[in-house]
Design a protein around this ligand. Sequence first.
Ligand SMILES: *Cc1c(COP(=O)(O)O)cnc(C)c1O
Length: 463
Amino acid sequence: MNQEIELFNKLVTSLLRDDKEQPVVKPIPPEQLFQTLDLDLEDDAISEAQFEEILTTLVSKTPKTGNIKFFNQLFGGRQPKAILGDLLAVILNNSMYTYKVAGPQVGVEKAVLRKVAQMIGYPETADGTFPTGGSLSNFMALVMARDRVGREVKEEGVRQELIAYTSEDSHYSNFKNASFAGIGRNNVRTIRTDDHGRMHAPELRAAILEDLKNGKTPCFINATAGTTVMGAFDPIHELADVAEEFGLWLHVDGAYCGAVIFSDKYKHYVEGLERSDSFSFNAHKMLGTPLTCSVVLVKDREHLVHSFSNEADYLYQTADDEFNLGKTSLQCGRRNEALKLWSLWKSVGTSGLAKIVDKLFELAEVARKYVADHPDYTLYTYRDSLSICFNYKGIDPRVLCTNLYTEGELMVGYGSFREDEFVRLVAVNAINTKEDILNFFTTLENFVDAHDLVESELVNTKG
Ligand SMILES: *Cc1c(COP(=O)(O)O)cnc(C)c1O
């Protein structure tokens, strides 16, 4: 391995240098990709020198998500302690299904789950797992809700017309998951949101009553803590009242902003979380661990076991089932995703995680204030959101974002809420400083000036 570790160091060193000198890579048009890079696979081996050259080029042409100019998605930046943990997980290469194979790494995962459960006010019966992302966390929650409807559902399949409820601004995985779970996309009710993008509880209640009247079986409510576009927080207490009234499973999808639980200052956004049946968050979003690091917690472990355990003599040969994590996971072989979060958390403490969360809200406030104070901008975001949505001088956001990307200036995306479409700057990159946020706007404004982007010229290019 020595040779590879040396090469790895060399590649990483130049990547980190490039991150400063050339933070945004000019994209290769997809139709030229295979002519530009030597990606095709051949019968013969290549020399070490050729191998190094190809890897060097490949790394340098890959979009950079770890630096100060990446605002494109709900992840970004680098947490060095989390990266160290993840690199160790690769070298150790355990599979998390049994204690025999993962040993103390099982303890690493359990320690994270236990601590999160405690922090959100779940009882001793709580447990959880690390699925491959927020979408699959939502899926596991839905499957547990489905299987709770009747103990026979798991064996016989879904016979009732089950209904799930989620807001119109919730993540698209809710619809995919309903089809995977045998519930069907048409049996997901999209509940209207208010002007701030929060689910409207009275409307939810009305929808449930209507379904009951029509002989359907409501089973699942998905609340969102940080909607994907606007970063809105659904009112958990109000939704929990409805869930309790009808005996439905309440899941809180905190993939984007669930990590507010780590901050005393911001955890009130998820007030009432202890009343939910399950909760998930992505540490690879706000906390900045490498992809993917998603945690799902369930109030009562029994549901996790009921829905996901299966006997397998060839696998489970030692130890208590509580330490054989394969009994409560979606996968069989499973990567160690817990170590990166544990490494970060262990080294900086809960107070260090709180600092990350607080800093993101500060950065968002810098951006929100800048946009609000400058008349050339239109602001679409409400306070307390990490997504700063805006338009500049009426320029089509699609054109602006695409040009910034193809010219190698900034990585930022666009989104929409109701009839408005806008640029969405996401403040989830904790390595950014306030200056980096202000530089974002300077870069954007200079770019618009230099390219003479004006509204009238751009409207037609909207694709
Ligand atoms: C990102 C996101 C998801 C999906 O998480 P993945 O890890 O990308 O699967 C689900 N819900 C919300 C609210 C999100 O923002």
